[in-house]
Design a protein around this ligand. Structure first.
Ligand SMILES: Cc1cc2nc3c(=O)[nH]c(=O)nc-3n(C[C@H](O)[C@H](O)[C@H](O)COP(=O)(O)O)c2cc1C
Length: 200
């Protein structure tokens, strides 16, 4: 059975909500074993508290070496200046031993994101994340247009062929919409279906 990890960093909770939706979709694939974990928060505690970071996140903290235990990993990160967060980067920069041994070669990798604004990193965050997955030899999976909600103009929303995404608003006032959560679930199911075909 395919083993899937949803691995995320979330500062204010938007990616946390998206991660739960990704996992929900992944669990729709019969027999799949799906876990949600997060990367360690690296921001100093006083800065974290002053910025209003969300401390009560239930997902356990992952260790870099654990990535080798999964067939597919779906990475979730908010955007920081159009790239992944430093917290996610820091975690990935500790996967050198996995790279050396080729531990992730042939596994499925996928990414989802969140940005404050419509055009502030929805695509660039994913497109700049993908080289790391490719250096690890992972098979990169996005969000195909079979998930048609990404095409609708009925609401301002995330979602692209590269990934599910959400638009959090300038103050983080907007939580993921039903459609964005639906796209996240679709991506989770899509990744898990492919991983099951490869490894199940
Ligand atoms: C230092 C910093 C840089 C950010 N850079 C961007 C950016 O380039 N574009 C954007 O739209 N939002 C940017 N944001 C907003 C975050 O992406 C937003 O808070 C996040 O997507 C919310 O997800 P979370 O609740 O899971 O943390 C930035 C936020 C911070 C703190």
């Amino acid at each position: 059975m395919a083993k899937v990890l949803v691995l995320y960093h979330s500062f204010y909770g938007h990616i946390e909500a998206m991660a739960e939706a990704v996992a929900k979709g992944a669990r729709e694939v019969g027999g799949a074993k799906v876990e949600i974990k997060r990367v360690p928060e690296t921001m100093p505690a006083d800065v974290f508290a002053k910025a209003g970071g969300k401390a009560n996140q239930a997902a356990p903290i992952a260790q870099p070496a654990e990535l080798a235990n999964y067939d597919a990993i779906v990475f979730g990160t908010p955007t920081r200046f159009g790239n992944m967060t430093g917290q996610m980067r820091n975690f990935l920069d500790q996967t050198g031993a996995l790279w050396m041994s080729g531990a992730l070669v042939g596994k499925v990798g996928s990414v989802f994101t969140s940005s404050a604004t419509q055009h502030g990193g929805q695509e660039s965050t994913i497109l700049t994340f993908i080289p790391t997955l490719m250096h690890h030899g992972m098979i990169v999976v996005g969000l195909p247009y079979a998930e048609q909600r990404q095409m609708g103009l009925d609401e301002i929303k995330g979602g692209s062929p590269y990934c599910a995404s959400t638009i959090a608003g300038a103050s983080g006032e907007r939580m993921p919409s039903e459609q964005e959560l639906g796209m996240a679930a679709f991506q989770g199911k899509h990744v898990t279906t492919i991983a099951t075909k490869l490894f199940g």
